[in-house]
Design a protein around this ligand. Structure first.
Ligand SMILES: *Cc1c(COP(=O)(O)O)cnc(C)c1O
Length: 218
């Protein structure tokens, strides 16, 4: 679907909830997409992209960044602590802060650089054993620990279980954000970004609806 159509759907969903379209950032998730498809979206003028692997992004994005000004990259997949430096070199936002060791090491590096990416804490709202993210019961303590490291947390992120109604998870994430005085909500993907917007999403992560089905598994 053309990018402009996705943006129109975002604007319509915002309008329905009495929000301005400017309050929702569309992150075009370009992981494993052929470079030609990503380039087409850059040529269309879009500049905000999401990748889920640091290594893959390091291969693809320095070249694009050299050719297209104003690119903003969001890391939406797991961050290993040994990849913090290259991740901070490349990414403007990290949506997957989910453990104290990572927070501590990230804080050290952020202090050394004097600049922080925008940070979201990933919450495992479905409490799925195989999924990353802080458990809901541990979230408030984790956020306090991050503040103790002087990390500025911008918001929360979740990936709802595939077999459950996503709205329940979006509502839960919004409630946890409010309780902690956080304004950023990274939630909603190709199949559910409109309901995420209805529940307060500020960042939607849309891949296949823009680029077509991924040619390889993510
Ligand atoms: C791949 C991915 C997306 C995009 O998924 P689509 O269904 O293709 O829109 C969003 N968020 C995360 C964390 C992802 O890994």
């Amino acid at each position: 679907m053309p990018l402009a159509d996705i943006q129109t759907r975002i604007d319509a969903a915002c309008h329905k909830s009495g929000r301005s379209g400017a309050t929702v950032q569309l992150i075009a998730v370009s992981k494993v997409q052929p470079e030609a498809r990503v380039e087409a979206v850059l040529q269309d003028g879009h500049r905000v992209f999401g990748e889920n692997r640091v290594q893959e992004a390091m291969g693809k994005w320095p070249g694009f960044k050299a050719r297209f000004a104003g690119v903003q990259l969001h890391l939406i997949g797991p961050l290993q602590s040994n990849k913090i430096k290259p991740a901070l070199d490349l990414f403007d936002a990290i949506h997957t802060l989910d453990r104290e060791k990572l927070a501590r090491k990230l804080a050290t590096e952020v202090q050394a650089r004097g600049a922080s990416p925008e940070l979201f804490v990933q919450v495992n709202t479905g409490e799925e054993p195989q999924k990353a993210g802080v458990l809901p019961a541990d979230l408030d303590g984790f956020i306090k620990a991050c503040l103790g490291y002087d990390l500025k947390i911008g918001g929360l992120m979740c990936i709802p279980p595939v077999s459950e109604e996503p709205s329940l998870h979006f509502a839960l994430l919004a409630k946890m954000a409010r309780r902690n005085g956080l304004t950023g909500l990274s939630m909603g993907m190709s199949g559910d970004f409109e309901s995420a917007i209805a529940l307060g999403a500020t960042h939607v992560r849309v891949g296949s609806a823009i680029f077509g089905e991924r040619v390889k598994p993510a």
